[in-house]
Design a protein around this ligand. Structure first.
Ligand code: HEC
Length: 248
């Protein structure tokens, strides 16, 4: 007689396998929470206000196209906090409005030196974006178009690949639950689909900013479906236990 893996129930597994499944589920749950914290830290200051909002995401992925990258960062953006002295922000903004002339740079150079270069230098926190010379500052006075495609590609390929493995593991474990077949057919492919829509819409925000809502919705759906795939097997293994009725 052949036996399918899905004929086995979680409650019938050896204690060792239950233990390992539990470790996997808990670890995935914890790493998901850490990734949400990382998301918050990365994007919550984009619009200059605390709290992660749709506006933060829109600005990060579509950009703030009425302004240059530099202006959007110092005027209601995440770098404004480093310009507390009155007039400094206005001096830089008016230099940008004048068309970033080399001669006028002398008047604002000291602001960059005193306020920005401690992070924006080749050995600093923002070594990728040094602001130590006129030419380098000029590079950030282009229109703010949000996340570059290269960054999307870097984040997307690692997430799609690693999360596919995670979702595969979660689905297999969930398939051993006592839940009904309809529920399984609905829930098991859901996080894969949500992940695909999440990164697909993140790429499209550049062209159609309203996709930021699709991305946020897909992200929420992915989190919710993962939560169910994690909590249900834990509940069944450790709380509901052998009271589970076999499927008819
Ligand atoms: C404490 C360190 C720190 C200081 C000081 C600082 N920055 Fe930044 N800057 C960062 C970090 C981190 C980022 C990336 C996160 C972000 O964009 O909010 C960044 C991003 C930027 C960007 C966007 C770069 C890009 O390629 O996307 C600009 C422009 C910028 N800063 C300008 C400034 C200016 C102007 C000042 C001075 C008024 C300043 N920064 C002061 C840390 C700093």
């Amino acid at each position: 007689m052949t036996k399918d893996i899905t004929d086995i129930r979680l409650t019938e597994l050896s204690p060792l396998l239950k233990f390992v499944f539990t470790l996997f589920l808990v670890m995935i749950g914890v790493s998901y929470m850490v990734s949400m914290f990382n998301l918050y830290l990365t994007y919550h200051l984009t619009d200059g206000d605390p709290g992660l909002t749709i506006e933060d995401l829109r600005r990060s992925f579509y950009g703030n196209r009425n302004q240059t990258l530099l202006a959007s960062k110092i005027d209601g953006g995440s770098m404004e906090q480093y310009l507390p002295s009155p007039g400094a922000k206005e001096a830089i903004l008016s230099w940008i409005q004048d068309g970033t002339p080399k001669t006028g740079f002398k008047e604002v150079e000291h602001i960059f030196e005193n306020r920005c270069v401690r992070c924006h230098n080749p050995n600093g926190l923002m070594w990728k974006r040094p602001l130590t010379t006129f030419e380098l500052v000029k590079e950030v006075t282009v229109v703010d178009r949000g996340e570059p495609v290269s960054l999307w590609a870097r984040v997307a390929h690692t997430h799609l690949m690693s999360l596919a493995v995670v979702f595969f593991g979660l689905s297999i474990i969930f398939s051993l639950c006592g839940a009904g077949q309809k529920m399984k057919t609905f829930l098991m492919p859901l996080p894969f689909l949500a992940l695909f829509v999440d990164f697909g819409s993140r790429a499209l925000i550049k062209y159609i900013p309203a996709f930021v809502y699709v991305m946020a919705g897909a992200g929420a759906l992915m989190g919710l479906s993962m939560a169910v795939l994690i909590v249900a097997p834990l509940y069944e293994m450790w709380i509901r236990g052998n009271k589970v009725k076999p499927e008819s």
